[in-house]
Design a protein. Structure first.
Lengths: 226, 209
Protein backbone atom coordinates (compact mmCIF):
# COMPACT_ATOMS: atom_id res chain seq x y z
CA UNK A 1 0.00 0.00 0.00
CA UNK A 2 1.41 3.33 -1.01
CA UNK A 3 1.37 6.51 1.04
CA UNK A 4 -1.28 7.88 -1.27
CA UNK A 5 -3.46 4.80 -0.73
CA UNK A 6 -3.10 5.26 2.99
CA UNK A 7 -4.36 8.79 2.83
CA UNK A 8 -7.00 8.04 0.24
CA UNK A 9 -8.51 5.48 2.57
CA UNK A 10 -8.78 8.11 5.25
CA UNK A 11 -10.53 10.71 3.15
CA UNK A 12 -14.04 9.57 4.01
CA UNK A 13 -13.23 9.59 7.70
CA UNK A 14 -11.74 13.04 7.18
CA UNK A 15 -14.89 14.31 5.49
CA UNK A 16 -17.11 12.79 8.16
CA UNK A 17 -15.11 14.25 11.01
CA UNK A 18 -14.19 10.81 12.26
CA UNK A 19 -10.46 11.51 12.60
CA UNK A 20 -8.84 12.77 15.75
CA UNK A 21 -7.08 16.16 15.58
CA UNK A 22 -3.75 14.55 14.84
CA UNK A 23 -5.17 12.46 12.01
CA UNK A 24 -6.97 15.45 10.60
CA UNK A 25 -3.78 17.49 10.57
CA UNK A 26 -1.90 14.69 8.84
CA UNK A 27 -4.50 14.39 6.09
CA UNK A 28 -4.65 18.13 5.57
CA UNK A 29 -0.88 18.31 5.31
CA UNK A 30 -0.92 15.54 2.74
CA UNK A 31 -3.68 17.19 0.74
CA UNK A 32 -1.62 20.32 0.31
CA UNK A 33 0.93 18.42 -1.68
CA UNK A 34 -1.19 15.74 -3.39
CA UNK A 35 -3.36 16.82 -6.28
CA UNK A 36 -4.75 13.32 -6.79
CA UNK A 37 -6.07 13.17 -3.26
CA UNK A 38 -7.54 16.65 -3.62
CA UNK A 39 -9.44 15.45 -6.70
CA UNK A 40 -10.59 12.37 -4.88
CA UNK A 41 -11.73 14.49 -1.97
CA UNK A 42 -13.74 16.71 -4.30
CA UNK A 43 -15.31 13.65 -5.90
CA UNK A 44 -16.29 12.20 -2.55
CA UNK A 45 -17.86 15.50 -1.59
CA UNK A 46 -19.86 15.35 -4.82
CA UNK A 47 -21.07 11.84 -4.05
CA UNK A 48 -22.12 12.84 -0.55
CA UNK A 49 -23.93 15.91 -1.80
CA UNK A 50 -25.88 13.92 -4.37
CA UNK A 51 -26.74 11.26 -1.85
CA UNK A 52 -28.25 13.89 0.39
CA UNK A 53 -30.40 15.17 -2.46
CA UNK A 54 -31.79 11.95 -3.85
CA UNK A 55 -35.44 12.24 -4.74
CA UNK A 56 -38.04 9.85 -3.41
CA UNK A 57 -40.44 8.04 -5.68
CA UNK A 58 -43.28 5.70 -4.97
CA UNK A 59 -44.08 2.40 -6.67
CA UNK A 60 -45.55 2.16 -10.13
CA UNK A 61 -48.59 0.32 -8.83
CA UNK A 62 -50.70 1.01 -5.77
CA UNK A 63 -49.58 -1.31 -3.00
CA UNK A 64 -52.44 -0.48 -0.65
CA UNK A 65 -54.71 -3.40 -1.62
CA UNK A 66 -51.94 -5.81 -0.67
CA UNK A 67 -51.28 -4.01 2.58
CA UNK A 68 -54.95 -3.73 3.47
CA UNK A 69 -55.45 -7.43 2.90
CA UNK A 70 -52.97 -8.15 5.68
CA UNK A 71 -54.32 -5.75 8.27
CA UNK A 72 -57.02 -8.00 9.64
CA UNK A 73 -54.71 -9.98 11.88
CA UNK A 74 -52.53 -8.97 14.76
CA UNK A 75 -54.59 -6.15 16.19
CA UNK A 76 -57.75 -7.94 17.30
CA UNK A 77 -56.71 -8.33 20.89
CA UNK A 78 -59.35 -9.65 23.21
CA UNK A 79 -59.56 -8.48 26.78
CA UNK A 80 -60.66 -11.03 29.33
CA UNK A 81 -62.84 -9.91 32.17
CA UNK A 82 -62.25 -11.69 35.45
CA UNK A 83 -65.36 -13.49 36.58
CA UNK A 84 -66.24 -15.25 39.83
CA UNK A 85 -66.24 -18.65 38.19
CA UNK A 86 -64.93 -20.13 34.96
CA UNK A 87 -68.46 -20.46 33.69
CA UNK A 88 -68.93 -16.76 34.03
CA UNK A 89 -65.99 -15.45 32.08
CA UNK A 90 -66.91 -12.64 29.76
CA UNK A 91 -64.93 -11.04 27.05
CA UNK A 92 -65.24 -8.49 24.39
CA UNK A 93 -62.69 -7.10 22.05
CA UNK A 94 -60.70 -4.22 23.32
CA UNK A 95 -61.16 -2.26 20.10
CA UNK A 96 -64.86 -2.19 20.93
CA UNK A 97 -63.97 -0.69 24.24
CA UNK A 98 -61.26 1.70 23.23
CA UNK A 99 -61.72 2.54 19.60
CA UNK A 100 -64.70 4.79 20.00
CA UNK A 101 -63.24 6.61 22.94
CA UNK A 102 -59.84 6.90 21.35
CA UNK A 103 -61.19 8.26 18.12
CA UNK A 104 -63.40 10.62 20.03
CA UNK A 105 -60.53 11.78 22.16
CA UNK A 106 -58.31 12.60 19.24
CA UNK A 107 -61.01 14.08 17.10
CA UNK A 108 -62.30 16.13 19.96
CA UNK A 109 -59.01 17.85 20.53
CA UNK A 110 -58.37 18.58 16.92
CA UNK A 111 -61.91 19.55 16.01
CA UNK A 112 -62.35 21.83 18.97
CA UNK A 113 -58.98 23.30 18.23
CA UNK A 114 -59.90 23.82 14.61
CA UNK A 115 -63.24 25.27 15.47
CA UNK A 116 -61.62 27.73 17.81
CA UNK A 117 -58.83 28.49 15.39
CA UNK A 118 -61.20 29.23 12.53
CA UNK A 119 -59.94 29.57 9.00
CA UNK A 120 -60.76 27.61 5.90
CA UNK A 121 -60.95 23.86 5.88
CA UNK A 122 -61.23 21.58 2.96
CA UNK A 123 -62.29 18.43 4.74
CA UNK A 124 -64.95 19.78 7.04
CA UNK A 125 -67.85 22.04 6.26
CA UNK A 126 -67.32 25.56 7.44
CA UNK A 127 -69.54 26.10 10.44
CA UNK A 128 -67.77 28.87 12.31
CA UNK A 129 -70.03 31.85 12.56
CA UNK A 130 -72.96 29.91 11.17
CA UNK A 131 -76.16 30.70 12.98
CA UNK A 132 -78.08 27.92 14.64
CA UNK A 133 -81.08 27.06 12.58
CA UNK A 134 -84.35 27.39 14.44
CA UNK A 135 -85.22 23.73 13.99
CA UNK A 136 -81.98 22.63 15.63
CA UNK A 137 -81.74 22.28 19.35
CA UNK A 138 -78.23 22.73 20.66
CA UNK A 139 -77.09 20.26 23.25
CA UNK A 140 -77.94 21.31 26.73
CA UNK A 141 -74.71 21.55 28.69
CA UNK A 142 -76.61 21.42 31.94
CA UNK A 143 -78.72 18.50 30.88
CA UNK A 144 -79.97 17.13 34.18
CA UNK A 145 -81.09 13.87 32.63
CA UNK A 146 -77.68 13.24 31.23
CA UNK A 147 -75.92 13.97 34.47
CA UNK A 148 -78.36 11.82 36.38
CA UNK A 149 -77.94 8.92 34.00
CA UNK A 150 -74.19 9.20 34.16
CA UNK A 151 -74.27 9.31 37.93
CA UNK A 152 -76.44 6.20 38.17
CA UNK A 153 -74.29 4.26 35.79
CA UNK A 154 -71.13 5.38 37.51
CA UNK A 155 -72.48 4.14 40.84
CA UNK A 156 -73.43 0.81 39.32
CA UNK A 157 -69.99 0.46 37.84
CA UNK A 158 -68.29 1.42 41.09
CA UNK A 159 -70.23 -1.19 42.98
CA UNK A 160 -69.16 -3.90 40.58
CA UNK A 161 -65.64 -2.70 39.95
CA UNK A 162 -64.17 -5.53 41.98
CA UNK A 163 -65.57 -8.05 39.55
CA UNK A 164 -63.49 -6.72 36.73
CA UNK A 165 -59.90 -7.37 35.94
CA UNK A 166 -57.79 -4.48 37.31
CA UNK A 167 -56.13 -3.93 33.97
CA UNK A 168 -59.51 -3.70 32.31
CA UNK A 169 -60.67 -1.25 34.92
CA UNK A 170 -57.61 0.85 34.20
CA UNK A 171 -58.33 0.85 30.47
CA UNK A 172 -61.95 1.68 31.13
CA UNK A 173 -61.05 4.59 33.36
CA UNK A 174 -58.58 5.89 30.80
CA UNK A 175 -61.33 5.90 28.21
CA UNK A 176 -63.78 7.59 30.50
CA UNK A 177 -61.18 10.20 31.29
CA UNK A 178 -60.54 10.75 27.60
CA UNK A 179 -64.24 11.26 26.96
CA UNK A 180 -64.50 13.59 29.93
CA UNK A 181 -61.61 15.58 28.51
CA UNK A 182 -63.40 15.77 25.18
CA UNK A 183 -66.57 16.96 26.88
CA UNK A 184 -64.65 19.54 28.83
CA UNK A 185 -62.88 20.81 25.71
CA UNK A 186 -66.23 21.16 23.99
CA UNK A 187 -67.66 22.91 26.99
CA UNK A 188 -64.84 25.45 27.05
CA UNK A 189 -65.04 26.07 23.32
CA UNK A 190 -68.79 26.54 23.48
CA UNK A 191 -68.39 29.08 26.21
CA UNK A 192 -66.70 31.28 23.62
CA UNK A 193 -68.91 30.24 20.72
CA UNK A 194 -72.27 28.99 22.05
CA UNK A 195 -73.94 28.90 18.65
CA UNK A 196 -71.37 26.73 16.96
CA UNK A 197 -73.37 23.88 15.45
CA UNK A 198 -70.44 21.56 15.12
CA UNK A 199 -69.35 21.96 18.72
CA UNK A 200 -72.87 21.35 19.96
CA UNK A 201 -73.26 18.20 17.94
CA UNK A 202 -69.82 17.07 18.98
CA UNK A 203 -70.65 17.57 22.63
CA UNK A 204 -73.84 15.60 22.24
CA UNK A 205 -71.92 12.83 20.56
CA UNK A 206 -69.37 12.77 23.36
CA UNK A 207 -72.10 12.44 25.94
CA UNK A 208 -73.68 9.61 24.01
CA UNK A 209 -70.35 7.87 23.85
CA UNK A 210 -69.88 8.13 27.56
CA UNK A 211 -73.34 6.77 28.21
CA UNK A 212 -72.78 3.89 25.82
CA UNK A 213 -69.46 3.00 27.38
CA UNK A 214 -70.83 3.10 30.90
CA UNK A 215 -73.87 1.08 29.92
CA UNK A 216 -71.71 -1.52 28.28
CA UNK A 217 -69.43 -1.77 31.29
CA UNK A 218 -72.24 -1.91 33.82
CA UNK A 219 -74.07 -4.56 31.82
CA UNK A 220 -70.96 -6.70 31.94
CA UNK A 221 -70.72 -6.17 35.68
CA UNK A 222 -74.39 -7.08 36.05
CA UNK A 223 -73.94 -10.26 34.10
CA UNK A 224 -70.94 -11.24 36.17
CA UNK A 225 -72.78 -10.60 39.39
CA UNK A 226 -75.92 -12.27 38.19
CA UNK B 1 -54.01 -10.28 30.35
CA UNK B 2 -51.22 -9.70 27.88
CA UNK B 3 -53.66 -8.60 25.23
CA UNK B 4 -55.16 -6.06 27.55
CA UNK B 5 -51.76 -4.63 28.30
CA UNK B 6 -50.88 -4.32 24.64
CA UNK B 7 -54.04 -2.48 23.87
CA UNK B 8 -53.63 -0.28 26.88
CA UNK B 9 -50.24 0.75 25.61
CA UNK B 10 -51.85 1.61 22.35
CA UNK B 11 -54.19 3.97 24.07
CA UNK B 12 -51.44 5.43 26.20
CA UNK B 13 -49.29 6.15 23.18
CA UNK B 14 -52.15 7.78 21.38
CA UNK B 15 -52.97 9.83 24.42
CA UNK B 16 -49.44 11.11 24.54
CA UNK B 17 -49.56 12.01 20.90
CA UNK B 18 -52.77 13.85 21.48
CA UNK B 19 -51.22 15.76 24.33
CA UNK B 20 -48.30 16.71 22.11
CA UNK B 21 -50.52 18.05 19.37
CA UNK B 22 -49.02 21.41 18.48
CA UNK B 23 -51.41 24.15 19.35
CA UNK B 24 -49.97 26.68 16.97
CA UNK B 25 -49.22 24.56 13.95
CA UNK B 26 -51.33 24.48 10.86
CA UNK B 27 -53.99 21.80 10.95
CA UNK B 28 -52.63 20.06 7.88
CA UNK B 29 -49.03 19.86 9.03
CA UNK B 30 -49.31 19.38 12.77
CA UNK B 31 -52.47 18.15 14.35
CA UNK B 32 -53.50 16.25 11.25
CA UNK B 33 -50.44 14.03 11.23
CA UNK B 34 -50.68 13.30 14.93
CA UNK B 35 -54.35 12.57 14.58
CA UNK B 36 -53.79 10.06 11.84
CA UNK B 37 -51.18 8.26 13.90
CA UNK B 38 -53.41 8.16 16.96
CA UNK B 39 -56.45 7.06 15.01
CA UNK B 40 -54.50 4.36 13.22
CA UNK B 41 -53.12 3.17 16.55
CA UNK B 42 -56.71 2.81 17.65
CA UNK B 43 -57.52 0.57 14.71
CA UNK B 44 -58.76 3.08 12.17
CA UNK B 45 -57.80 1.59 8.82
CA UNK B 46 -58.71 4.72 6.89
CA UNK B 47 -56.38 6.78 9.03
CA UNK B 48 -53.69 4.19 8.49
CA UNK B 49 -54.23 4.37 4.76
CA UNK B 50 -53.63 8.10 4.97
CA UNK B 51 -50.37 7.46 6.80
CA UNK B 52 -49.47 4.90 4.18
CA UNK B 53 -50.07 7.31 1.33
CA UNK B 54 -48.19 10.10 3.05
CA UNK B 55 -45.08 8.06 3.75
CA UNK B 56 -45.13 5.62 0.83
CA UNK B 57 -42.71 7.46 -1.49
CA UNK B 58 -40.15 7.84 1.26
CA UNK B 59 -40.43 4.28 2.50
CA UNK B 60 -40.51 2.79 -0.98
CA UNK B 61 -37.36 4.70 -1.93
CA UNK B 62 -35.61 3.66 1.25
CA UNK B 63 -36.49 0.02 0.66
CA UNK B 64 -35.52 0.16 -3.00
CA UNK B 65 -32.12 1.63 -2.22
CA UNK B 66 -31.44 -0.65 0.70
CA UNK B 67 -32.52 -3.79 -1.13
CA UNK B 68 -30.87 -2.84 -4.41
CA UNK B 69 -34.18 -2.86 -6.23
CA UNK B 70 -35.03 -6.45 -5.33
CA UNK B 71 -38.55 -7.23 -4.12
CA UNK B 72 -39.08 -3.57 -3.37
CA UNK B 73 -42.86 -3.64 -3.58
CA UNK B 74 -43.16 -6.78 -1.52
CA UNK B 75 -40.83 -5.52 1.19
CA UNK B 76 -42.59 -2.17 1.24
CA UNK B 77 -45.87 -3.93 1.85
CA UNK B 78 -44.23 -5.90 4.65
CA UNK B 79 -43.04 -2.66 6.18
CA UNK B 80 -46.51 -1.17 6.35
CA UNK B 81 -48.05 -4.35 7.69
CA UNK B 82 -45.38 -4.33 10.39
CA UNK B 83 -46.12 -0.68 11.10
CA UNK B 84 -49.78 -1.55 11.57
CA UNK B 85 -48.89 -4.33 13.96
CA UNK B 86 -46.45 -2.23 15.97
CA UNK B 87 -48.16 1.12 15.90
CA UNK B 88 -49.36 0.57 19.43
CA UNK B 89 -45.77 0.59 20.65
CA UNK B 90 -45.04 3.99 19.14
CA UNK B 91 -44.84 6.26 22.15
CA UNK B 92 -44.16 9.55 20.46
CA UNK B 93 -40.61 9.79 21.80
CA UNK B 94 -39.43 10.51 18.27
CA UNK B 95 -41.10 11.78 15.16
CA UNK B 96 -43.38 9.23 13.58
CA UNK B 97 -41.40 9.41 10.34
CA UNK B 98 -38.18 8.63 12.19
CA UNK B 99 -39.79 5.66 13.91
CA UNK B 100 -41.23 4.46 10.62
CA UNK B 101 -37.95 4.69 8.73
CA UNK B 102 -36.09 2.84 11.45
CA UNK B 103 -38.68 0.10 11.31
CA UNK B 104 -38.39 -0.04 7.52
CA UNK B 105 -34.63 -0.40 7.77
CA UNK B 106 -35.04 -3.26 10.21
CA UNK B 107 -37.48 -5.03 7.93
CA UNK B 108 -35.02 -4.84 5.04
CA UNK B 109 -32.15 -6.02 7.20
CA UNK B 110 -34.12 -8.94 8.59
CA UNK B 111 -35.11 -9.88 5.09
CA UNK B 112 -31.55 -10.61 4.13
CA UNK B 113 -30.09 -11.46 7.47
CA UNK B 114 -28.05 -14.55 8.06
CA UNK B 115 -24.55 -14.43 9.35
CA UNK B 116 -23.10 -16.15 6.32
CA UNK B 117 -25.04 -13.98 3.96
CA UNK B 118 -24.02 -10.87 5.82
CA UNK B 119 -20.35 -11.78 5.70
CA UNK B 120 -20.57 -12.47 2.01
CA UNK B 121 -22.40 -9.25 1.36
CA UNK B 122 -19.59 -7.28 2.94
CA UNK B 123 -16.95 -8.69 0.62
CA UNK B 124 -18.60 -9.53 -2.66
CA UNK B 125 -18.80 -7.47 -5.77
CA UNK B 126 -15.19 -6.70 -6.50
CA UNK B 127 -16.04 -6.69 -10.18
CA UNK B 128 -18.43 -3.83 -9.74
CA UNK B 129 -15.87 -1.21 -10.70
CA UNK B 130 -16.15 -1.80 -14.41
CA UNK B 131 -19.92 -1.73 -14.27
CA UNK B 132 -19.94 1.53 -12.39
CA UNK B 133 -17.39 3.03 -14.74
CA UNK B 134 -20.00 3.09 -17.50
CA UNK B 135 -20.69 6.60 -18.75
CA UNK B 136 -23.68 8.36 -17.38
CA UNK B 137 -26.85 7.78 -19.38
CA UNK B 138 -28.58 10.99 -18.40
CA UNK B 139 -27.68 14.44 -17.25
CA UNK B 140 -29.34 13.88 -13.90
CA UNK B 141 -26.62 12.94 -11.48
CA UNK B 142 -29.07 12.14 -8.72
CA UNK B 143 -30.94 9.72 -10.94
CA UNK B 144 -27.66 8.19 -12.03
CA UNK B 145 -26.65 7.78 -8.43
CA UNK B 146 -29.86 5.88 -7.73
CA UNK B 147 -29.11 3.62 -10.66
CA UNK B 148 -25.53 3.14 -9.60
CA UNK B 149 -26.62 2.16 -6.11
CA UNK B 150 -28.31 -0.93 -7.45
CA UNK B 151 -24.97 -2.11 -8.79
CA UNK B 152 -23.02 -1.75 -5.59
CA UNK B 153 -22.22 -4.80 -3.48
CA UNK B 154 -25.01 -5.32 -0.99
CA UNK B 155 -23.04 -4.53 2.13
CA UNK B 156 -21.48 -1.36 0.78
CA UNK B 157 -24.80 -0.20 -0.61
CA UNK B 158 -26.68 -0.74 2.65
CA UNK B 159 -24.11 1.21 4.61
CA UNK B 160 -23.94 4.00 2.06
CA UNK B 161 -27.73 4.36 2.08
CA UNK B 162 -27.93 4.25 5.84
CA UNK B 163 -25.12 6.76 6.36
CA UNK B 164 -25.19 9.17 3.44
CA UNK B 165 -28.87 9.02 2.49
CA UNK B 166 -30.63 8.24 5.76
CA UNK B 167 -28.18 9.96 8.09
CA UNK B 168 -27.47 7.15 10.55
CA UNK B 169 -24.19 7.19 12.48
CA UNK B 170 -21.61 4.46 12.18
CA UNK B 171 -22.29 3.13 15.66
CA UNK B 172 -26.00 2.91 14.84
CA UNK B 173 -25.28 1.14 11.58
CA UNK B 174 -22.92 -1.21 13.35
CA UNK B 175 -25.66 -2.16 15.79
CA UNK B 176 -28.31 -2.61 13.13
CA UNK B 177 -26.12 -4.68 10.83
CA UNK B 178 -24.27 -6.50 13.61
CA UNK B 179 -20.88 -5.42 12.34
CA UNK B 180 -18.12 -3.28 13.81
CA UNK B 181 -18.06 0.48 13.40
CA UNK B 182 -14.74 0.08 11.62
CA UNK B 183 -16.31 -2.20 9.04
CA UNK B 184 -19.07 0.32 8.55
CA UNK B 185 -16.54 3.09 7.90
CA UNK B 186 -14.52 0.96 5.52
CA UNK B 187 -17.58 -0.12 3.55
CA UNK B 188 -18.84 3.44 3.35
CA UNK B 189 -15.57 4.63 1.90
CA UNK B 190 -15.58 1.75 -0.51
CA UNK B 191 -19.07 2.61 -1.70
CA UNK B 192 -18.22 6.28 -2.12
CA UNK B 193 -15.13 5.47 -4.14
CA UNK B 194 -17.15 3.26 -6.46
CA UNK B 195 -19.87 5.84 -6.88
CA UNK B 196 -17.32 8.57 -7.43
CA UNK B 197 -16.12 6.74 -10.48
CA UNK B 198 -19.64 6.51 -11.79
CA UNK B 199 -20.43 10.18 -11.30
CA UNK B 200 -17.25 11.43 -12.94
CA UNK B 201 -16.52 8.87 -15.66
CA UNK B 202 -14.70 11.28 -17.92
CA UNK B 203 -12.07 12.02 -15.34
CA UNK B 204 -11.97 8.68 -13.60
CA UNK B 205 -8.89 6.62 -13.44
CA UNK B 206 -9.17 2.94 -12.52
CA UNK B 207 -10.23 2.72 -8.93
CA UNK B 208 -8.28 0.85 -6.38
CA UNK B 209 -9.56 -0.08 -2.99
Amino acid sequence: MTTQDTYTDRLSDYLDGELDPGGTAQVEAHLEGCEECRKTLADLRLVIAHAANLQDAGPDADLWPGVAACLGDGRGHVAQFRAPSPSKRFSFTMPQLVAAALALMVLSGSMVWLARLGGERTDFPAVAGQAVRPEMTPANLADAHFDEAISDLQQALDSGRGSLDPETVRVLEQNLLSIDNAIEQCRRALAADPANVYLNSHLAEAKKRKLALLRRATSIVAEIKG
Amino acid sequence: MRAVTATSLMLTGATRLHAQMPQSATPQAGAGAADFVALAAGGDVRAFEQLYRTHLPRVHSLVRRMAGGRDTDEITQDVFVRVWQKLGTFRGDSAFATWLHRLAVNVVIERFRTEATRRQRMHEGEDVFEILAAPRATGDLAMDLDTALTKLPDGAREIFVLHDVEGFKHHEIATMLEISAGTSKAQLHRARMMLRKHLRPAQGAPITT
